[in-house]
Design a protein around this ligand. Structure first.
Ligand code: ADP
Length: 655
């Protein structure tokens, strides 16, 4: 409950700004790292592919060279015997065209370069033996013969869609060139023979001429190729021929795709959660600031209050006090918070009362209209406070304790007390004056019962003298006793008028006082046949002087009884009702008597005003003064059914 000092806003804002830099940097680093990882993995992949491509192509080139070199050697083994007849030549040539050799035709040139044998005779399936049409490269022939080493010709087109080249292998016997064996290679066939299937699966392999023209290709037509490829020359013997391989576009492995996708998704999730978090934090921050403003406003308001505020939880423990409360009682908030009853500021003389009201409040039964209590300051000085308690409801709508507002009414109480004493003194003076003035009336009033006593006693004495039985004398003596009691009452009333009213107030049960007052006039009531209807079931306790209150009640009840002298006996009824109105006790005394007309009503409370021959006219004046002394009120009104209703309002005593 003690909310403490507010935190300075600028500090908080800058702290938040710094806090935000961290996740942002972390996110950028994360995304950068993921990107770098993907790029590096891609690069490594490419590098590996490239290395494989290079080694595959080098292997292919080696393979081709090996075949060409082997063919050269085989061609060099030709002998004149092999060229002697077409059959011998064919049987020499046929094994050379075996698989993977790449050779498609063998031509035998004599030492002058004339075509002597050719197998097959033509490459054109439509033309039969057209040996003379063959025209192997003269240049290569001459070069081979002069060098004595195999020489390759440049590639030249074969029909429209293929290319071929020749190898001229000079054949010498006994140091003399006897002819040149020409092997004809067709590029498409070489590719078909020497490129294994697994290589063809991976790359589009072409043989490219020196001008960059593609002379033949082995490819899977349906697959797309990547841009870059690898080219390796196999020159010599190829006259500028190169092998060019371009890898087919292989789909990325599923694991790599999944990895990349999950990394991207992860980055997006992180970004999204950061964004959500930021929004949440910003919203929270706004609420916090709002709360802080409200807190500051409330605190300023509470600090400026003159009313003490004190909150207690359901166990009665203090959970909050405001500065005004601390000023009032003299204990600091730190000393009070956490305290349980009895509190240090409870007045020692009123511990029980304070505990009772405290328990009532905690039980939810505290007086809604507030209550007055006596507290003490730390210095020991007593203070009067007016307290209002209200339930404390927490943020979840639960009843979590009680909030009490406390007003210091010590000065007001003291002023009231001074005014009351002043009033008492004035009334006392007025009463003394009145007593003097009414001395004769008193004498008259006392005279009546004394005369009656005297006559009753005389009668009793006479009766006894005449030997009358004691039982017959008793009624006269009873009446004498009653008259003596009445005289005593008169004297008591006079005494109370003259007595200085340093009356000691105590807790007075009004119901009990009514009963006592009625008991005093019981015989009178019985004698006059008056019915008393008494409803004092509701308990009403007031602070007051029991004797004075009883006398006042007695006077009002006696007036009610006396007002019904002329009333028909069956209608003679006094209704006495005791109840509570807010913090007051309300006593009504309703009679069916003569009522009070306008002229009488005006002077009713004037001292010495009476309409009765034997009356003193002091009763009501004193009654009103007694009620006012008790911070109460006496009023009257006409009873709708005839007669008068007197109302007495007296403040109820605090519990
Ligand atoms: P006292 O009873 O000695 O006359 P009070 O001051 O008690 O003096 O009463 C003043 C007058 O008020 C009475 O004389 C009477 O006329 C009138 N009075 C008081 N109470 C009643 C009542 N209940 N009904 C009618 N008149 C009343």
């Amino acid at each position: 409950m003690n909310l403490g000092p507010p935190i300075a806003l600028p500090e908080r804002t800058s702290r938040w700004r710094w806090l935000w830099v961290l996740p942002r940097v972390a996110f950028v680093l994360f995304v950068g790292g993921v990107g770098l990882l993907l790029w590096m993995s891609d690069q490594a992949d490419k590098e590996e592919k490239r290395a494989t491509l290079t080694s595959d192509i080098l292997w292919l080139e080696q393979n081709l060279r090996f075949h060409l070199a082997r063919n050269e050697e085989l061609l060099g083994r030709i002998d004149l015997a092999h060229t002697a007849s077409a059959g011998a030549f064919e049987s020499f040539a046929r094994p050379l065209f075996g698989s993977e050799s790449g050779l498609r035709q063998l031509i035998w040139l004599d030492a002058d370069g004339q075509v002597r044998r050719a197998h097959p005779a033509t490459m054109n399936p439509d033309v039969a033996s057209e040996t003379l049409e063959l025209s192997p490269s003269r240049q290569s022939f001459r070069l081979a013969r002069s060098l004595g080493k195999p020489v390759y010709s440049a590639a030249y087109p074969f029909f429209t869609d293929d290319w071929q080249f020749e190898v001229h292998v000079p054949v010498s016997r006994e140091g003399r060139v006897i002819g040149v064996a020409v092997g004809v290679y067709r590029i498409r066939e070489i590719l078909g023979d020497s490129v294994p299937w697994w290589l063809a699966e991976r790359y589009r392999i072409s043989i490219v001429g020196d001008s960059g023209k593609v002379l033949g290709t082995r490819s899977k037509i349906e697959s797309a190729v990547t841009e870059e490829g690898y080219q390796v020359a196999f020159d010599p013997p190829g006259w500028g021929l190169s092998i060019h391989a371009v890898p087919y576009h292989a789909p990325r492995p599923l694991a790599s795709v999944l990895l990349s996708a999950s990394l991207v998704i992860l980055a997006l999730i992180v970004l999204w959660s950061l964004w959500i978090l930021r929004r949440h934090v910003l919203r929270r921050q706004a609420v916090e600031e709002q709360l802080q403003r409200e807190h500051a406003f409330r605190k300023a308001m509470e600090d400026s209050l003159d009313t003490g505020m004190r909150a207690r939880n359901l166990d009665g423990e203090i959970i909050y006090v405001n500065p005004a409360f601390c000023r009032m009682v003299g204990w600091s908030a730190a000393e009070l918070i956490g305290r349980r009853p009895p509190m240090p500021y409870w007045a020692d003389d009123y511990l029980d009362e304070t505990r009772t009201i405290h328990d009532r409040v905690l039980a939810g039964d505290g007086p809604e209209e507030g209550f007055e209590l006596k507290f003490k300051r730390r210095s020991g000085e007593a203070i009067d406070v007016l307290i209002h308690e209200a339930p404390l409801i927490d943020a979840h709508g639960r009843h979590s304790g009680w909030m009490g507002s406390m007003v210091d009414i010590t000065e007001r109480k003291q002023a009231e007390e001074r005014a009351r004493q002043q009033q008492d003194r004035l009334q006392s003076t007025a009463r003394l004056v009145a007593v003097g003035e009414m001395a004769s009336s008193i004498a008259h009033e006392l005279n009546q019962p004394l005369a009656a006593i005297s006559s009753y006693c005389t009668a009793a004495a006479n009766l006894l003298r005449n030997q009358t039985p004691a039982a017959d004398v008793l009624p006269a003596l009873d009446k004498a006793v009653e008259q003596a009691r009445r005289a005593g009452q008169v004297i008591r009333r006079i005494y109370s008028l003259a007595r200085p009213s340093e009356s000691r107030f105590e807790r007075v049960d009004l119901g009990e006082r009514v009963t006592a007052a009625l008991a005093l006039m019981e015989s009178d009531i019985r004698q006059k046949g008056i019915r008393i209807s008494l409803d004092i079931s509701q308990k009403a306790v007031v602070d007051g002087d029991p004797v004075l209150l009883e006398q006042a009640l007695f006077n009002i009840l006696r007036n009610a009884v006396e007002s019904m002298r002329e009333t028909a006996p069956e209608q003679r009824q006094v209704i006495v009702t005791l109840g509570r109105v807010e913090s007051y006790a309300l006593l009504t005394i309703a009679d069916r008597g003569c009522g009070i007309d306008g002229s009488v009503a005006e002077k009713l409370f004037d001292p010495l005003f009476t309409t009765k021959p034997e009356g003193m006219g002091m009763g009501l004046a004193i009654c009103r003064s007694v009620m006012e002394n008790h911070r109460g009120r006496l009023s009257f009104e006409a009873n709708p059914g005839g007669g008068t209703v007197f109302r007495i309002l007296l403040p109820l005593s605090p519990q």
